[in-house]
Design a protein around this ligand. Sequence first.
Ligand code: SAH
Length: 253
Amino acid sequence: MIFNVFTLFPEAVEAMTKYSVLQRGIDSGLIEIRTINIRDYANNKHKQVDDYPYGGGAGMVMMPDPIISAVEASDTKTKELIFMSPKGKVLTQKMANELSMKEEINILCGHYEGVDQRVVDSLVTDEISIGDYVLTGGEIAAAVLIDSVARLVSGVLGSDESVIDESHQNGWLEYPQYTRPSEYRGMKVPDVLLSGHHKNIETWRKEQSIRETILKRPDLVQVNLLSDDERKIVEKLTDGPLTKLWTSLKGGI
Ligand code: SAH
């Protein structure tokens, strides 16, 4: 899978994506992250890429020509172009899953006050935000998008199973994880995890996943979509705050 990132700061995108798990994915040829420096396509003496906004106001706006020339000069197979933007659809695990099926993804990073609207109108096919707040540039957002998508590309994480149980992947947050030692400063790993009893471990993990989600992100619980097994587990979890939350969630449908 190829990511083509159009940016004024290629070094920022590379620093945030070319290390650890993603670097291994690059080394094994599963993913490729290419950066295209928009400034290289500035067709003027001073390599200027931004200018004052028409109509006045604070900050600088990225000029259309360097961006459009950079995109036109690239030999990307797909014409789709994702613009990282606070106005976009907020990135979710579902979107990351869908994007991980593509062969190539083109990403445009704005900077300063953003980009000339004519770029968005003529080239951009999707706008994606990483949350309802404003960053100084799209580079961090692009790195977030690349990271969330690239780790879903088969083989990048080493084991495809690792993504199945994860938070946001199957509708529930992940159960608590432990590693050695089994006792640390008086805190013990739950017995069931040391038991080697796979069925009990699976049940415990499912209960914990449901518990975590109801307590920490009740907004994610889709009561009407619970399976019979899940419903039974929830009804069994009857400690104080959880019962209250569950009752109010149930009341919501
Ligand atoms: N003036 C713009 C914000 C510009 S921020 C507005 O009010 O909408 C500069 C650039 O940072 C944007 O062009 C975009 O590429 C990036 N950016 C800022 N916040 C972002 C977010 N939440 N998600 C994705 N990209 C973002």
